[in-house]
Design a protein around this ligand. Structure first.
Ligand code: AMP
Length: 408
């Protein structure tokens, strides 16, 4: 019998990332992206068997795009029959979801309840689930939450020093994000560090366009840099990270801006883009810095300094430090930022191995500190899709959802 495969879906507001994965081996049978949805330039890109197919789909929304994905899958001999489950990435699960769950109508309602906590992400995730359940009514659908891994944080880590009632009545607390990545990377890192996961203490930096750092003790998140929203914490591509909250009022007053306009500055015009003035893309900034572009040099300096500060500040949550792990596009590729951060963290016992650091890029995995370094720094490419596929595979033999009205 052929191995069951899982379709992994990540529905954003204007894009859908999809993949068909073998949850046992991690092999990606098909990967793709539907992008620029709801615009005249909407298109789908499929990568399958070494071939790349680009399909224009002007004005397609989530529904048209998902139907096109299904059509493409059905055209590949034998592929559709092998798909036995669908795994969905959901950004916010609030306090309700501590792990991945089989999606029922009740689960949909709870996800809907979390929409106000992630208004940019959750409604798109939910609409993708809704459509996919109609397109694949016979398959079990699983929701995998970015926030779930951080539900193990103690109250001292997740409660803001605000009136407590704001937490009780309005859910104002720190939730944390990138949890699926942290779950995968912490399991892999424990293997590389030769430690049992349930007796390990590491700080993991997931550095993508959005960036965060998490303290993982014995396999559980005990502190993280992102908060109620994915803006708190370190410098991001276009988001500010943590700043004095009174800057909101100051900007609104001085520039006569609405809250929405101030938010726009803090979410879309800040971070690496805001400081450098040229790009949110770390590669572009590194290239410009190499040509002595002053604001790009400053952007990288601030990025690394704030990251080093954050990593060090998470160590008290662990009580000891077995490893510092880098992942995400920047963590996996920017030898410059990694070197700068590790040098600043020398006092914690990290000794950079320049040769290893330079060599560990583009999907490579391994230590970037010397063999004598009291604390090891590792690079581990993340694989959120595999985690989602494995979680979804757990539900393959569960009863189907016919009674929940999913097929309606
Ligand atoms: P992600 O969101 O995980 O895909 O990460 C995106 C970020 O990774 C962007 O800022 C990219 O510029 C950065 N990145 C990817 N490759 C490199 C590289 N070779 N050097 C520096 N940054 C990189």
């Amino acid at each position: 019998m052929s191995t069951p495969l899982v379709l992994v879906l990540n529905c954003g507001s204007s894009s859908i990332k999809f993949a068909i994965i073998n949850p046992q081996t991690g092999d990606e049978i098909l990967t793709g992206l539907a992008e620029r949805l709801f615009s005249n330039d909407a298109q789908l890109i499929f990568k399958h068997n070494g071939d790349k197919t680009v399909m224009a789909k002007p004005d397609a929304g989530h529904s048209a795009a998902l139907h096109a994905v299904v059509e493409f899958i059905q055209q590949q001999p034998g592929l559709a029959e092998q798909i036995k489950a669908v795994g969905h990435r959901v950004v916010h699960g609030g306090e309700h979801f501590r792990g991945s769950v089989l999606i029922t109508d009740e689960v949909m309602r709870y996800i809907d309840d979390c929409n106000h906590l992630a208004p940019l992400h959750n409604p798109a995730n939910l609409s993708g689930i809704d459509i996919a359940r109609k397109v694949f009514p016979q398959l079990p659908h699983t929701a995998v939450f970015d926030t779930a891994f951080h539900q193990s944080m103690p109250a001292k880590a997740f409660i803001y020093p605000l009136p407590y009632e704001l937490y009780i009545h309005h859910g104002v607390r720190r939730y944390g994000f990138h949890g699926t990545s942290y779950r995968y990377v912490s399991e892999q890192a424990a293997q590389d560090l030769n430690l049992p996961l349930d007796n390990s203490a590491m700080v993991i930096a997931h550095l993508g366009n959005g960036a965060s750092v998490t303290a993982v003790l014995d396999g559980k998140s005990v502190e993280t840099s992102m908060g109620m929203t994915p803006n708190e914490g370190i410098v991001h591509g276009t988001r500010s990270g943590s700043i004095d909250p009174s800057i909101h009022e100051y900007l609104a007053d001085r520039l006569e801006l609405s809250i929405q306009q101030v938010n726009d500055i803090l979410w879309k015009q800040s971070g690496l883009l805001g400081i450098s003035g040229i790009s949110n893309d770390c590669r572009t900034i590194e290239d410009a810095a190499a040509r002595d572009h002053e604001r790009s040099k400053l952007a990288l300096e601030i990025y690394s300094y704030r990251l080093a500060r954050m990593i060090a500040s998470l160590v008290p949550a662990l009580g000891r430090l077995d490893g510092v792990i880098f992942t995400g596009g920047i963590g996996e590729n920017s030898e410059l930022i990694r070197a700068d951060v590790i040098r600043q963290l020398g006092f914690l016992g990290l000794q950079l191995d320049e040769g290893r650091n330079t060599a560990t890029i583009r999907g490579a995995r391994g230590p970037i500190t010397t063999d004598n370094s009291p604390v090891t720094a590792l690079v581990i490419p993340t694989n959120e899709e595999l985690m989602i596929a494995q979680d979804a595979a757990h539900f393959i033999d569960q009863p189907t959802l016919a009674t929940t009205g999913a097929a309606a």
